[in-house]
Design a protein. Structure first.
Length: 265
C-alpha cells in the first residue's frame, strides 16, 4: 500500500502533462470526483492541482515538450536529487530535466531509464507530496510495463534499493514483480513491474512506461464515466484474484491510467 510518510524510494507525487488543461480537468473531475484548482493560465504557465475531499491528489500542467505524448509522470521520494541524478547516469539512464528547485517546496528531476521509461524524483522541502493516497479517487499503486524485466529490476533496484517478489500471472500470462521500498515489510508494497513484448507497448512505440493506478469504489461505474467523457478502455473491466476489479483506461488525449476497486478482505 502507498502511504504519505514517503520513505525514500516510495511514490510521492504524480502529475499529468495534457495538451488541453481545461479538458483534462473536466475529464478527471467527472471520472474520479476531483476538484481542479488553477495555479495560473498564462502563456508561460498553465496548470494547477487536483484535490479530492480538499486534499491534493495530483498536479496538472500544459504539455509543452514537442513530440511528447500526454502521460502521467510518477515521482519517487529521494533524500538528494543531485546524488540520484549521478546514480541514474552511472546506471545508464538519461537526465531529461536536471535537478532544480521549485521555490521552497522541494527539488525535482526527471529521467529516462536505460530503455526509455520516464520517471521522476522529488526531494522534499516544505512539501513532501500528495496529501491523500490509497483511498477512492487517489493513487493506490504504480506500475511499469517494460520489454526487459531483469534490466528494469537491476536499474531501479540499484537506484532506489527496491526489493522485488515475483508472482506468476494466471493462465500462463507471465510474471508480475511486486515492488517494496528498501527496508520495509511486504505490506508496504507500492507497485509492480511486468514484462511485455515491444509490440504490446504501442502507446510509446515499444519503450517502457509507468502509469498510476487510482482506487475507485466501483470499477464498472468508473469505466462508464471514462467512456462517457471521451476516454476509452484498453483492458477490462476484469477481476484479479486477491487484488480486485480493474480496467486499463485512456483519457481523451491517450494518457493511460488504471482504475481499481480493491478486493474487500
Amino acid at each position: 500500500m502507498i502511504t504519505t510518510d514517503f520513505v525514500p524510494g516510495s511514490p510521492c507525487w504524480i502529475d499529468l502533462g495534457a495538451p488541453d488543461v481545461p479538458a483534462a480537468a473536466a475529464f478527471y473531475g467527472a471520472v474520479l470526483g476531483w476538484d481542479y484548482e488553477s495555479m495560473g493560465e498564462s502563456e508561460e504557465m498553465e496548470g494547477g492541482m487536483f484535490r479530492k475531499d480538499g486534499k491534493i491528489v495530483a498536479g496538472l500542467g500544459k504539455l509543452t515538450e514537442e513530440g511528447a505524448r500526454s502521460a502521467w509522470m510518477i515521482y519517487y521520494s529521494v533524500a538528494d536529487a543531485d546524488a540520484t541524478t549521478q546514480a541514474v547516469e552511472r546506471a545508464g539512464g538519461t537526465v531529461r530535466v536536471p535537478p532544480r528547485d521549485l521555490d521552497e517546496w522541494g527539488r525535482m528531476a526527471q529521467y529516462d531509464d536505460p530503455l526509455g521509461g520516464q520517471f521522476a524524483v522529488w526531494q522534499p522541502g516544505k512539501d513532501s507530496g500528495v496529501q491523500l493516497v490509497d483511498e477512492p479517487g487517489s493513487l493506490s499503486w504504480t506500475e511499469l510495463y517494460t520489454s526487459d524485466a531483469p534490466a528494469a529490476k537491476e536499474f531501479y533496484g540499484g537506484l532506489f534499493g527496491w526489493r522485488f517478489s515475483d508472482m506468476p500471472l494466471p493462465g500462463g500470462g507471465g510474471t508480475y514483480a511486486l515492488i517494496t521500498p528498501a527496508g520495509l515489510p511486504e505490506e508496504r508494497m507500492h507497485g509492480g513491474l511486468m514484462e511485455l513484448p515491444e509490440e504490446h507497448l504501442a502507446l510509446t512505440g515499444g519503450r517502457p512506461y509507468w502509469h498510476p493506478v487510482f482506487a475507485v469504489e466501483d470499477c464498472d461505474a468508473a469505466v462508464a464515466k471514462v467512456t462517457g467523457n471521451g476516454g476509452s478502455v484498453q483492458m477490462g473491466p476484469e477481476d484479479a484474484e486477491g487484488v480486485g476489479r480493474l480496467a486499463v483506461c485512456l483519457d481523451p488525449s491517450n494518457a493511460d491510467f488504471v482504475v481499481l476497486a480493491p478486493a474487500r478482505g
